[in-house]
Design a protein around this ligand. Structure first.
Ligand code: DX5
Ligand code: ZN
Length: 215
């Protein structure tokens, strides 16, 4: 299984965001992970659809947009139009998850669900056939640079079993380093988000390779 690496631009230099996206593209990343925070669902504010639209010109890689916001339904169309490829909402933030996932797919985008560390994988049970990606938060969302929560490894293994033969990405986000990455891969993850590990390193390509496990 090839492990995909999704650098989170939350930890990039915001004054040079376009260049940073070009750099991770060149360094061999698979997805470009965009953390959208609204100051309500999480205690931080980041970027909106217009940033995604501008960055779209900098890379043809998959834009993996992680919506950490209440009422994400209000913004799904805008992010789809801006060029997101995968749109992930939080199970804790929507009233009608089944409807929201259908809407994302109707717009021609891949649909993802994210779970906070305290949320059970049971939340996925009845929407598995509407999912393209499951994002397990291995920190409480809101900030980069936090410590990985090992309690999530068991959840990753359980979700891997639930997925079975379905074609669903199992992504882990938060505290991913060359030390924690192998634990997630062993538990069944195939996409790793890494913010500070990539952007605080001198050599993005070497870090991406190390996170994949063949560096
Ligand atoms: C946290 C975000 C993550 C974060 C990861 O709320 O969803 O994507 O940027 O950052 P690191 O890799 O530094 O934990
Ligand atoms: Zn994220």
């Amino acid at each position: 299984m090839t492990v995909k690496i999704a650098p989170s631009i939350l930890s990039a230099d915001f004054a040079a965001l376009g260049q940073e996206v070009k750099s991770i593209d060149k360094a061999g990343c698979d997805y470009i992970h965009v953390d959208v925070m609204d100051g309500h669902f999480v205690p931080n504010l980041t970027m909106g659809p217009c940033v995604v639209k501008s960055l779209r010109k900098c890379s043809d890689k998959i834009f993996d947009v992680h919506l950490m916001m209440t009422n994400p339904d209000d913004f799904i169309e805008a992010f789809a139009a801006a060029g997101a490829d995968i749109i992930t909402v939080h199970a804790e933030a929507v009233w009608h998850l089944d409807r929201t996932l259908s809407r994302i797919r109707e717009l021609g985008k891949k649909a993802g669900v994210s779970l906070n560390p305290s949320t059970s994988e049971n939340a996925l049970e009845y929407v598995l056939d509407k999912l393209d990606l499951i994002l397990v938060m291995s920190v409480n969302p809101g900030f980069g640079g936090q410590k990985f929560l090992p309690s999530q490894l068991d959840k990753i293994s359980r979700i891997k079993k639930m997925i079975g033969s379905r074609n669903i990405d199992l992504e882990v986000d938060g505290g991913i380093t060359p030390e924690t990455a192998p634990l997630c891969i062993k538990a069944g993850a195939n996409v790793l988000v890494a913010g500070s590990a990539v952007f605080s390193s001198k050599d993005y390509a070497a870090t991406i390779k190390a996170l994949r496990g063949n560096g």
